[in-house]
Design a protein around this ligand. Sequence first.
Ligand code: TXA
Ligand code: MG
Length: 318
Amino acid sequence: MSDKETIHRAAEIIKEGGIVAFPTETVYGLGADAFNPLGVARVFEVKRRPYFDPLIVHVANPANVKKLVKETPSNAKKLIERFWPGPLTIVLLKEENIPDIVTAGLPTLAIRMPNHPMALALIKESKCPIAAPSANPFGYLSPTTAEHVRDQLGDQVDLILDGGSCPVGVESTIVSFLEEKPMLLRPGGVSLEEIESVIGEVGTSPFEDRPTAPGMLSKHYAPRTPIVLDWSEKNLDLYKDKNVGLLVFQEPGNDLKFRPMEILSKRGDLREAAANLFAAIRRLDALNLDLIVATPIPEIGLGRAIMDRLRRAASKGE
Ligand code: TXA
Ligand code: MG
């Protein structure tokens, strides 16, 4: 089948209340018609996602936001104009007609317009907004290839659209507009710096006590293999009897005895590092190591999203 035919089939499935995995510029999503509570329930079931964790609704046209939320503050409009389609999700007060299962009973809705031709074509052909979390089992890393989805959810999904690797590689940035001051709920594919250059200061809070997107449990995005972030020569010594893999930002200068190693970006480019992050961790996770040791990454631009995911992957909390 051609891409066009496959997308057509996928849209039919969505319209019938089925679930489809599809590529976006950030990660693969697992989508259902946002107005079909049974379809959305299947997404939760397949992911084993707790029902208290709301989904992002994806639209193909910014004009459709009006139908889904009560009001769009001017700063939210500015971000939409600047960053959509793109890796930015905004949280606003929802309209009554959105099924409760989508928002986990919250009065608010998270919305974004993805920047991927397959995602946009799917939403347009389905003729409905698509509610979609990342297409991974709850708590695990998000998939950035169709293969990742097939490996973990394959037979439980009605169809997987294959659009190759996701170019951004980390999930969307989430900004909430429920209070006077916009709040960053999750760092992601659009950097905080870029957002603040458009709307001024955005509130953030540290990893531990972020008022949270409800689903931002501290332990999340986690591979099976334990990850530690406390990189130092001393620690390397500590781990010398263990079967350790390394996840490094750039080509390491010092002489490291540990193998295997994943280098996120040889030239030290944060965008490239983000695009490689989840696939690199998955490759290490497949090796049955005792431990993955990750080097810290500069927390500017996309580095903030990368470190957020690494801290969560490394967290021992639930
Ligand atoms: O890039 C992305 O955002 C990807 C692609 C598929 O679009 N989606 C994604 O969805 O990462 P998911 O479900 O894995 O993460 C969505 C996050 C969760 O932490 C959830 O708690 C939060 O968004 N969220 C959803 N609705 C919310 C709301 N009304 N208020 C606050 N947080 C919300
Ligand atoms: Mg997710």
